[in-house]
Design a protein around this ligand. Structure first.
Ligand code: DER
Length: 235
């Protein structure tokens, strides 16, 4: 099996929890893409009806439009029955890191107001503690004086050996710009950052920070696919 096979297996399992008439948060990334494809298939086959999708990125919006999934937004649907999305890290308490695809703000806006939030991952995303993968923990910041904000973020976590890096695109290192016209500063830790709620509050208190990629106490179910099959972890 390939990693993408695992992503697809987790995504299809999650879509089994989708029922006709639901308002659905549609996630972003290579795993969530399989779930959105599956929902489109079932709608076309008539096995699912009366679904309204709330996309978490322009990319997912375009994918859903191409599949004929009826779409709306949070203004019209402030309460969502179920969201299905991927994650970059999942810790033992089902806390997440998300946003390496750059969509963390709209994902968090949608996934904060869901009755159920199912996270779909392949087994490579499981970590012992947040930041444990050594990969990015994204923070969406306003472009104005982003260096100033990056230094303040780094100082918040200096005892965790935090380094920050502006997310760039292309060979000439242009800043990556999110769907919301902001930048992303990625934080890299080389050890556990301790109490996540405290860390979250400290980050959000910095003027210039829009949102961060730690999704704490939000997932209600995590579906993990790997060599041994599929595991479902409920909160
Ligand atoms: O950017 C995001 O939040 C994505 O959902 C990410 O967390 C998972 O992306 P992947 O399914 O492509 O690994």
């Amino acid at each position: 099996f390939t990693q993408d096979d695992f992503k697809k297996a987790a995504a299809y399992k999650a879509v089994e929890f989708v029922h006709s008439g639901m308002v659905l948060g549609l996630g972003t990334g290579s795993t969530a893409r399989h779930a959105v494809d599956r929902i489109g298939d079932l709608l076309r086959q008539g096995k699912l009806k009366d679904i309204v999708g709330i996309p978490t990125s322009k990319k997912t919006y375009d994918q859903a439009v191409s599949l004929g999934i009826p779409l709306s937004d949070l203004d019209s649907h402030p309460v969502i029955d179920l969201a299905i999305d991927g994650a970059d890290e999942v810790d033992p308490d089902l806390n997440l890191v998300k946003g390496r695809g750059g969509s963390l703000l709209r994902e968090k806006m949608v996934e904060c107001v869901c009755k159920k939030f199912i996270v779909i991952v392949d087994e490579s995303k499981l970590v012992d503690f947040i930041g444990g993968s050594g990969l990015a923990m994204p923070v969406e910041v306003v472009p104005y004086c982003w260096k100033f904000t990056a230094v303040r973020l780094q100082n918040l976590f200096k005892d965790s050996g935090c380094v920050t890096k502006l997310r760039t695109v292309g060979e000439n290192g242009e800043p990556y710009v999110t769907d919301n016209e902001n930048y992303i500063v990625d934080l890299y830790f080389n050890k556990d950052i301790g109490d996540l709620k405290v860390a979250s509050d400290r980050i959000l208190r910095l003027a210039g920070v829009v949102e961060h990629g730690m999704f704490l106490d939000m997932a209600t179910t995590v579906i993990v696919a790997g060599e041994l099959g599929i595991t479902i972890k409920d909160k």
